[in-house]
Each structure stands twice: as structure tokens, then as C-alpha cells.
Design a protein around this ligand. Sequence first.
Ligand SMILES: CN(C)C(=N)NCCC[C@H](N)C(=O)O
Length: 343
Amino acid sequence: MAKAISHCPLVPTPSQPSAWCGGGCKGASWRNFFGVWQEGGAPFSSARVPLSSARRKGPHSASSYHTGALGLVLGHPFDTVKVRLQTQTTYRGIIDCMVKTYRHESLLGFFKGMSFPIASIAVVNSILFGVYSNTLLALTATSHQERRAQPPSYRHVFIAGCTGGFVQVYCLAPFDLIKVRLQNQTESRARPGSPPPRYRGPVHCAASICQEEGPRGLFRGAWALTLRDTPTLGIYFVTYEWLCRQSAPDGQNPSSATVLVAGGFAGITSWAVATPLDVIKSRMQMAGPKHRVYRGVLDCMARSARQEGLGVFFRGLTINSARAFPVNAVTFLSYEHLLRWWG
Ligand SMILES: CN(C)C(=N)NCCC[C@H](N)C(=O)O
């Protein structure tokens, strides 16, 4: 059941025992990582993510993670085409890339590098949404449950989104790097006699990078990723909040249809702004000791623009927008449902 909330995330008050009390505080109140007060049971039994106010309980939880993962699976072929367009110069456009990938690598080619994003999505999104929610809580002193009745300012939503974006980068960076390296392997596994790919899978990829470049190699491109995600996740949450408030201005919970549309457009808007740095991030991730190396983000930008024109910064924009709508619609719907079930 929802309760009044203290200002400081995860800090106990005299009447509200510590969230860190493990299974020993059965029957007591505690607040989960996302700032929702709970009564009884063991805290932190699993990660839950709130976004907007939630009071109803529902049977949605079982499928929430699966729908998020399903969105990722459906969006992955688009992501592979985007990454290839951004980092390789052999394709004339989306269709050309799709046709060549299909002819050479079959349908499986579109799903390369998918396992680590699937394995990590719950953790990465939990950090993102959890830090967002707790930052908002610290800034506004309004609990998640009260947020529809007393909506936070867009400035606070933006700051909280930027903070979430900044923090999640350090979990996302290695998984994203491995994904990009595997997506760029164009060798066909199905064809006998074709050369073996450099990396045999995600674990081999991680091990090879550590061996060849040291553990820091796993964070190649992390600075570009930070510059990409910090402001754009602020934009992501502001767009979502703004669209929800347009359709439910009187402090009510948004309907599922609203959440889907607002989440989808939040994805498109944030990715449209993120695309230039997404191109630079992907190129820097591909640059290893054996490939051309950039001296930094600015060097990568300057060299890419000089060699390929300013259009390079918008590579993958169309396909990424097509992908962003369903993936983020499902992401927000999953988390709203998860929260309502928990709240
Ligand atoms: C513009 N950016 C970086 C974002 N909006 N990021 C958050 C959404 C991430 C989601 N899993 C996706 O892949 O679209």
C-alpha cells in the first residue's frame, strides 16, 4: 500500500524502517529502489520500475519483462541495419543493407549481437528508471504515487532524466560495445567455407577485447555514449510526461493507449536528437587496435564530416525512428503496468 514518503531515497525514517533490512522486516514499511513505499515482505526481492502515479493492482507483472524483451527482439533487426549503415560505407541505403544482409547471412544476420541486450535490458532499464524516479523524488519531495496529483516541473523531470541517462551509461557501455561489434560481423555462418567471424559470440567477444585492449577496451566509446544519453534521456522523459499530461490533464493516470503513444513518441524524439552522437559512438566502438583509431569524439566528428559530408550525422535516423516507436511504447507500457501491479 502506498504511504507518505520522506525526502531522501532509501534512507529510513524513525517510523519507516530501513529499506536495507532484508527479510527481517516482515510486516514493516519499506521503500523500493524506485521510491514506492511497500508494507511487509522482503525489500529488493526484484527490481520494479515506476513512472507515473499508481494505485491499482493488476495481473500484469508476469508479462511485463517479457513484453519489454519482446520489443527489443522485434526492434533488433532494425538496430542491426542502423548500426551497419552508421559504421560501414558499403551500403547505398536501408533497402540495400537489408537485401545484402539477407542474401549473405539469411534472416539470422539481422539478429546478430542480440543476446547481451536481452540479458541486460532489465538491469539497464532498472538503473535508468530507478535513478530517474529517485532523483525526481529528491528534487520534488513528491512520492511516485502523488506525482499525477502534484506534477513535477518539466525542469525537474529533465534533470532527473539526464541523471538517469548519465548513470545507466556505465552499465550499458560494455553491453552496447559488444552488441555493435557482433552486429558488424558480416561473415555468414550458414555458408560452408566462408571465413570464420572474428568473435564467436558475446562472451568470446568480451574476452577478446579484454585480452587485446585490456578491460578499458570494453568502455571504448563510453564518452560519446555519455554525451548521447545524458541530455537525450532528459528529453525522453520530458516528452513522455508532456504527452501524458496533454491527454490526462486533471491528474488522472494515463490510459494504456496514451502510454503507448507517449512512449513511442518519446522514443522517436529522443532518438532523433541522439542520432548524430549515436553515429560517432558506434564508430568509436568499432575502432580498436586493429582498426583506424580516433583521437576522441571531436576528431571522430571532424574526420567523419570531412570524408562523408554532414549527412553522416543523420545515418540511420529513419530506420531508428521506425524502431524507436514500438520499442519505447512497449517499454513505457511494461513499466507502468509493473508499477501499478506493485504500487
Ligand atoms: C535516445 N535514447 C538513448 C533513448 N531514448 N534511450 C532510452 C530508450 C532505450 C530503449 N531501450 C531503446 O533502445 O530505444
